[in-house]
Design a protein around this ligand. Sequence first.
Ligand code: ADP
Ligand code: MG
Length: 264
Amino acid sequence: MSVSDLSVLELRALSKSFGGVHAVRDVSFEIGKGEFLAMIGPNGAGKSTCFNMINGQLAPDSGEILCEGRSIAGLAPRDIWRLGVGRTFQVAATFGSMTVIENVQMALISHTRETFRLWRPAASHHRGRALELLAQVGMEEAADRPSRELAYGDVKRVELAIALANDPRLLLMDEPTAGMGAGERHGLIELVKRLVVERGISVLFTEHSMDVVFAFADRIIVLARGRLIADGDAAAIRDNAEVREVYFGTGKTFALSASQGAKA
Ligand code: ADP
Ligand code: MG
């Protein structure tokens, strides 16, 4: 089987400009089945623009996005989501007004395409499955608490359960650990990785902590000024001269010693 037979998503020469700013230029890469892929790069490198083209929030100026061989560039976000491209950490505006388990039940109802007319606040729809998902993210005890009362890190865990309720083939996570401390970051990404590996879900994520990236990513792609400048495993990225240059250039260095990030 060739690499492309195994790829869940493929970007081909994707480009997007905003006025005179080439946010993403000619970016090509593939995400393999079950792969845990980190996208890194300084602020303004074009990471979020890439994510937003993949999830349908933005239409590319040129290039192609293939989801299991099918072109999805320019499709509506909902249609892309239906094809199994999930996003974490984008909760509904109504999140706070529901209990923890109701939020997961809503996601399950939505995933199974039941109509919202079936929804009743005290409904037992999918309660068992929702509890199972909450248990997997360590939030079972909080099932019947109002979501608005949750601590920030716990909201992230519930958001993960919601994303998994949609049974995605690919999860997109743009800065999932934003606002978290070092220990919490590590914990969340470790949890995500454990749960997606079990399910064979591919992940594309951005993360500022290079310790976390080097510890968990199967592969790393690096963007700088809209261009993809490197694509490889942790060792290859650490040793890449252009990558080091980009990070030194921003005054931000990362795990350049062999001891850091050696944890695989
Ligand atoms: P990153 O996520 O890597 O920090 P972004 O994709 O957010 O980078 O931004 C890439 C470049 O595109 C930046 O120069 C940014 O200012 C610009 N940009 C992003 N979104 C918009 C927008 N909606 N309108 C104008 N410029 C934008
Ligand atoms: Mg961004």
